[in-house]
Design a binder for this molecule. Sequence first.
Ligand code: DC
Length: 234
Amino acid sequence: MIITIDGPAGAGKSTVAKRLAKQLTSVLFQPFEYLDTGSMYRAAALLGLRNGVDWNEPAQLETLAQTAKIEIDAGRTFLNGEDITDAVRTKEVTGKIRYAADNPVIRRQMVELQRAVAKRYAEEGKGLVSEGRDQGTVVFPDTPFKFFVSASPEERARRRLGEMAQRGETGDFDEVLKSINERDYRDSVREVAPLREPKDARRIITDGMTIDEAVETIVQSVSMTLTLRQSVSR
Ligand code: DC
């Protein structure tokens, strides 16, 4: 069983998806894993930074990514055996992410990897909460459990500033808001896998909602869909 959580940057998707996997594990009596697909694109960008690629030569990053080992296990992301889950959350990586996320060759590689991870978990009897920008539209279009988690740009800017403050960083509201709007725009107009709301997704707008409320809304929706499907198949 695959649950997709898509949506724009800073909407609280990761926190919601992580908690959702835990919550579903206890509610549905089946282990659920969480897949942070953004960290896979971040891993490719980190690879480029570490190897000093020429960003104007996409083939350099493509070759590096193809020979690297990007692995996912228990919600963590590994690059050639090194746990880089936290190391990829830097400004430097975010600054170069578009070279990985806008590259069709890298995207194809990551989509294959994401499907392989889902297959492995399914074989292990585990469900998956997969979070990203294209999970419901491109990677797992057949799942009936699709969610689009969003929040207003202003709310997302406030949250981003809060996260930065927790890390001891400071930021300017207008600047953060501007970069969120720019990132949304780039994500929505890029040629390969632009950010689109899946037609059959349930939309969750998290302004004024706690994380737990958002998670609960999704759990209830999943339970209802499961009950409906069971009663139809009976
Ligand atoms: O969710 P995040 O901030 O870690 O994502 C990093 C970047 O990767 C962001 O610019 C969007 C992109 N991304 C993507 O294009 N497709 C995904 N499935 C996940 C993330």
